[in-house]
Design a protein around this ligand. Structure first.
Ligand code: WTA
Length: 634
């Protein structure tokens, strides 16, 4: 949904960093760093020096076969070795790597050494199960330490992981596992959410019947719910039992810089999710560098990103970025408002969180409670705040700035995507901030605004956001779909530049104001979901003949789904059917697909070739001009 933020804010109000922030900052001069980043190869090569390589690269970036860019060509490296093994040789050995906390107030602290032992044991166990370099392992897990350990173990032996968000349901699960041809699945009994245990295993049990490639299912007994391991299936094993007797060292696989690291499925404008593929070295460099520079990570920091590992934010900034920097990462399982809306602030006070990163939707939700909960706890430990996932409205920015950051903490509004792997547009802590703007492209990144033909647009005018040079954390392809990779991202504009899929405007200072998606992708509470996926879920219901879905704006979630339904003969859209449809869509896609409104229609606006024109429905919804209707059928 394209939202015009311009009318809402006072762009001239600029928030300058405090002296304290400037004094501590790793990067002291924003302009100079951006200038340095203009020499892309040199800039990223220097950043790559932070790791231990088995073999250094021969070439920083290979652009000979655009858009199939390669980074750190010829280099050999292992991510897990750099995120875990490397630290146990240092004073970080007994430092907490993972601080797991849940809504029940339980905690578990895992030091780098303990993490090392567990990852190695599991890596050996996976090898014994026949998992080899290049095999795919999927997970359908809550936010718990075993999930992080599983992913690190995969990477240690060169297996490619594919995480399925635990909020997705059967339909989405089956599609993702089968596309990736996963050999092993990690799952758990359930997850804690608002005082209840949400079962995951029954969903996995049902879905897995349709997933023939999965040979082994590893089950974590996370909430202590008694689990029935089906004797008949013969493919289930308990996680705990798996580790018994395994040696506590496993040699890291020497991965080529460009070997696949993980797949992460995300939504595009067609019904089929995209298998975004990231590779090894470039992703490591991108995730670690951006975390250190954007959030100014030092050895005394306590880092908390509230994102779920089921999304890219969790991959890059709960798991890999923090551990590659040797910092402590908080892993939180639960909702932001349970047992009460002060739970996050209570955690900040109790543990002394210094850097806090969350989504605008969570801020808007907590903002409803005013200052009651933010004043109940001491938030003095906080130094830098961040947001991600959707545009932040200036009101929410101001609330966050005043009440959480107490007007001391700069807010890093980070723009990026599953595909980009790392922040691309974001301030650094020393940058002057304007509420609602992600400011400028990071050093080493070149972003621009273009019109439909790919020509640069004048200052202040909206257009398509593009990235003009490759960056290390970029995805390398869509799994088994090179054509879609080229068509969806690189072929739209001349010169092989990356089309992000967002509308944006640049102001007189070169600051970017992201306005929303330019395609049929919805952002519901920061979660990405395609209109076409929701439509195909609707059409899978026996009462539905046709469906069209658009985003409807929502004060907390940003957007929710508005569905236009043509029902089959003999059906009527009454309360019972609406309830059934809600249940059905939830079953197919999970609770991420939040239905705001379902309306019955006789016809849908279509092109002569039969494509639904969602643009018309959106314009109608917003009471706007319908625009060019020459391709409309009637
Ligand atoms: C949106 C999430 C405005 C944008 C990391 C993008 C944002 C999509 C911001 C990617 C931001 C992300 N300001 N919009 N700071 N960050 N977006 O793949 O529309 O789940 O294209 O990655 O989120 O969503 P994804």
């Amino acid at each position: 949904m394209v939202r015009d933020t311009t009318v809402l804010l006072d762009e001239r109000r600029i928030f300058e960093p405090s002296e304290e922030i400037k004094k501590r900052a790793n990067v002291k001069d924003w302009e100079a760093e951006i200038e340095k980043g203009k020499n892309v190869e040199k800039y990223w090569a220097e950043k790559a020096e932070q790791f231990e390589w088995f073999k250094k690269w021969d070439q920083v970036v290979d652009e000979s076969n655009k858009p199939f860019y390669k980074w750190f060509v010829g280099g050999k490296i292992n991510l897990t070795y750099n995120a875990v093994d490397r630290w146990i040789k240092t004073e970080k050995r007994n430092q907490v790597a993972i601080l797991y906390i849940n809504e029940r107030g339980e905690e578990e602290k895992i030091t780098y050494y303990e993490l090392f032992v567990q990852v190695n044991k599991l890596a050996n166990a996976l090898k014994n199960l026949g998992v080899k370099k290049g095999d795919t392992v999927s997970t359908y897990m809550p936010m718990c330490p075993e999930l992080l350990i599983a992913l690190l173990a995969c990477i240690k032996i060169g297996a490619v992981h594919s995480v399925i968000y635990s909020g997705l349901s059967v339909g989405a699960f089956v599609e993702r596992i089968n596309d990736a041809k996963a050999k092993v699945l990690f799952t758990a009994d359930g997850t804690y959410r608002r005082g209840k245990i949400i079962d995951l295993k029954p969903i996995a049990d049902e879905a897995i019947l349709q997933c023939p490639t999965v040979e082994t299912i590893i089950v974590v007994n996370h909430t202590g719910t008694p689990i029935e391991i089906s004797e008949l299936s013969g493919r289930e094993i308990f996680y705990d039992r798996l580790l018994d007797g395994e040696p506590s060292y496993c040699e890291p696989e020497q991965m080529d810089a460009e070997d696949p690291l993980f797949l992460l499925y995300t939504s595009g404008s067609t019904g089929k999710p995209k298998g975004v593929m990231h590779t090894t070295a470039g992703y490591m460099v991108g995730a670690a560098t951006t975390l250190r520079d954007v959030f100014d990570i030092h050895s005394d920091d306590l880092w908390w990103c509230t994102g779920d590992i089921g999304w890219i934010t969790g991959h890059s900034y709960v798991l890999y970025g923090p551990l590659l920097l040797g910092t402590t990462t908080v892993v939180y399982e639960g909702a932001p408002d349970y047992p009460d809306p002060g739970v996050w602030w209570k955690i900040v006070e109790k543990y002394g969180v210094t850097k806090f990163y969350t989504a605008p939707t969570a801020i808007r939700h907590l903002m409803r409670f005013g200052t009651r909960y933010t004043n109940l706890y001491n938030l003095d430990s906080l130094r830098i705040l961040g947001t991600v996932g959707e545009p932040i409205n200036p009101e929410a920015w101001m609330w966050y700035y005043k009440n959480v950051g107490k007007e001391r903490c700069p807010i890093m509004d980070t723009w990026w995507q599953t595909e980009t792997g790392m922040h691309l547009i974001s301030p650094l802590p020393v940058a002057p901030l304007k509420p609602g703007s992600a400011t400028r492209a990071l050093p080493g990144i070149e972003a621009d605004v273009v019109d439909e033909d790919g020509n640069p647009v004048p200052e202040g005018k909206g257009g398509y956001l593009v990235i003009k040079k490759p960056w290390p954390g970029m995805f390398r392809t869509l799994y088994k779909d090179e054509q879609r990779y080229k068509d969806a991202y690189w072929n739209e504009f001349p010169g092989c530049i990356y089309k992000a899929g967002d509308m944006v405007r640049q102001d007189e200072d070169g600051y970017f104001w992201i306005q929303g998606r330019s395609d049929d992708v919805l952002k519901i509470a920061g979660h990405r979901i395609g209109s076409a996926e929701v439509e195909s879920a609707f059409v899978g219901h026996p009462a539905v003949a046709e469906a069209a879905v658009i985003g409807k704006s929502d004060p907390i979630k940003g957007e929710v789904i508005k569905a236009f339904i043509i029902v089959k003969e003999g059906y009527e859209l009454k309360t019972q059917l609406i309830e059934d449809l809600k249940k059905h869509v939830r079953y197919e896609l999970g609770p991420v697909a939040v239905l705001g409104e379902i309306v019955q229609v006789d016809k849908l606006p279509k092109t002569r070739s039969g494509k639904i024109m969602r643009r018309i429905l959106r314009a109608q919804e917003m009471g706007e001009d319908l625009g060019d209707t020459s391709t409309l059928e009637e």
